[in-house]
Design a protein around this ligand. Sequence first.
Ligand SMILES: [Zn+2]
Length: 190
Amino acid sequence: MTQTELDHQFMLRAIELAGNAEAEGEVPVGAVVVHNGVVIGEGWNRLIGQHDATAHAEMMALRQAGKVLQNYRLLDATLYVTLEPCPMCASAMVHSRIGKVVYGASDAKTGAAGSVMNLLSYDGVNHHVAYQGGVLDVECREQLQAFFRRRRAEKKVEKDARRAALAAEGSEMLEKPKRTPKNVTADKND
Ligand SMILES: [Zn+2]
């Protein structure tokens, strides 16, 4: 297998893991850590489920990989993730001394591997992490976009239902017989 074929194989696994996140109502991002050709860490977004802002796919995969190797340093490992890492995850990758990071879709909003900033290769930091973006980026981006499209549609349905309920409530109130204050005019002339 060529390196490109291997990259695709592991990215496909990351996409599969992102599906787990989606099934749990989380933004679909998945990650795997590979060492000597073997997957030693897997993760998917679990922020909501674990009440943990740090439970990004990459963090989960790094944690598992560290336990497997019994070492927080993941020197010769490669991390595959479906979305360009955020600043927190990029920093964790630097701390883990991971060998290489391969990501799928780039993230124009919070991407910290070149899009908004570059923490994997930052002048002031002495450890630089090799990285490569755009691997199966169409598939990775489509998975995310489909999720957000579906979520927007669901929110619209909710909103419409709420609006309809409010409108029904309003028309009910309008239908109630109006009570006219009979004594108002009389009182005025007292
Ligand atoms: Zn992150």
